[in-house]
Design a protein around this ligand. Structure first.
Ligand code: NAD
Length: 361
């Protein structure tokens, strides 16, 4: 028996990610109507028409509409905090894209608004819904690698942030904009609180970025685990946008890399996006040595790429269901706030060239 009422929702920011949010909302059985917002009237009208939804350039129209219960915020990073606070204060549930604010004060305002209003707030750390990482988390929770000790993430991509766009002009780092996903995942795998972080960046190869194009971030966790993340923005071949190209096939051998190695005292896990694979090692003692064996290997077909490693759609369908059914977030805003604290601690570390204690942030 149906025990929910369908809800109306709004998407703020109708760019690339906004489109993904709109498409998920239109596909949700829990959503009866979708509105879209862009600040500039002509763009609002054009994008709303392209996406087949009702558009507006007046945010108040959305905030004052009592039928709209949920707002998906996919606007530029600088607008996330203010729009989230306004939405929560207007009594709306919110799914806001990462980053959760561009600095600590903005993130704190979002968290305070959630506490004051008691409204639903979840941050778009969609990798928690992606099967590749859910499988890794499941093996860890089942104790199959023992205690996680050392987690390394390698992320090398092509330079797709074009000249003179908000992304290349941004003074905010790629730590919040991009790496927040990957630091958040490390924290999720360890299920622990970071203790210290040290972050360094070499001089840029991408000269027109207002921010570093590479980062190495080392985190020590409270229970002794350590994590590292090595990110290089432009190593892989530039995307030539050939529509016939099977992107992942090409990217698997053009310099792209997005891998985790999670090493425990009983085994290890490797996730590998560009080889569409997750593997598990088991360690057993023997009279001669510690023996390591690969005991599981799971691959996924390209048709399931989104679901396996970039499941914004799955996340958004789930959020509509949670809000329509009056259920709490899957991933608390406080948890995401802690992931953002780790990002901001990393930024302080590289700016001040020192080890930063998580408690300082
Ligand atoms: N979760 C993920 O994996 C993921 C991936 C890509 C982008 N994102 C996030 O989604 C957001 C949007 O990224 P994108 O790739 O769609 O960028 P985009 O440039 O394609 O779109 C941004 C849109 O926001 C609009 N905009 C500008 N100012 C605005 C405001 N004040 N209010 C509302 N809209 C405004 C722009 O006109 C544009 O249409 C960013 O915060 C980004 O970090 C998340």
């Amino acid at each position: 028996m149906k025990n929910y009422d369908c809800i109306e929702v709004a998407v703020l920011g109708l760019g690339e990610m906004g489109q993904t949010h709109v498409e998920a909302a239109l596909a949700s059985p829990f959503v009866s109507r979708v509105y879209g917002y862009e600040p500039e009237p002509q763009r609002a009208a054009v994008r709303a028409a392209e996406l087949g939804i009702a558009g507006t350039s007046e945010l108040e129209n959305i905030l004052n509409n009592p039928n709209i219960k949920l707002m998906y915020i996919a606007s530029v990073n600088e607008a996330h905090s203010e729009q989230t606070v306004k939405a929560l204060q207007a009594g709306k549930a919110v799914l806001c894209e990462k980053p959760m604010g561009i600095n600590l004060a903005e993130a704190q305002r979002m968290l305070s608004a959630e506490a004051q209003t008691g409204s639903f707030l979840q941050i778009g750390f969609e990798l928690h819904y992606s099967k590749l990482y859910q499988q890794a988390k499941k093996w860890i929770t089942q104790g199959l690698i023992g205690t996680p000790l050392n987690c390394h993430c390698r992320y090398y991509c092509s330079e797709f942030h074009l000249k003179n766009t908000w992304r290349s002009r941004s003074k905010g780092t790629l730590i919040g904009e991009k790496l927040s996903h990957y630091l958040d995942l490390q924290k999720w795998f360890f299920d622990d609180i970071p203790e210290t972080v040290y972050s360094v960046s070499a001089p840029n190869a991408v000269s027109y970025f207002n921010h570093p194009d590479n980062h190495q971030i080392i985190t020590r966790y409270h229970r002794g685990g350590i994590a590292s993340l090595n990110f290089i923005m432009h190593l892989a071949e530039t995307d030539h946008t050939d529509p016939l190209l099977e992107m992942l096939e090409k990217q698997s051998d053009d310099g792209h890399c997005l891998q985790y190695h999670i090493y425990g005292d009983k085994g290890a896990i490797e996730t590998d996006v560009f080889h569409r694979r997750i593997r598990r090692w088991e360690f057993t003692d023997s009279p001669k040595q510690l023996v390591s064996r690969i005991v599981e290997s799971i691959s996924f077909p390209k048709e399931n790429d989104q679901e396996w490693f970039h499941n914004v759609r799955g996340q958004n369908l789930r959020i509509a269901e949670l809000v329509a059914c009056g259920l709490p977030p899957d991933n608390s805003a406080t948890n995401s706030y802690d992931s953002m604290r780790l990002c901001f601690a990393s930024e302080v570390s590289f700016r001040e060239n020192r080890i930063v204690s998580f408690d300082e942030i």
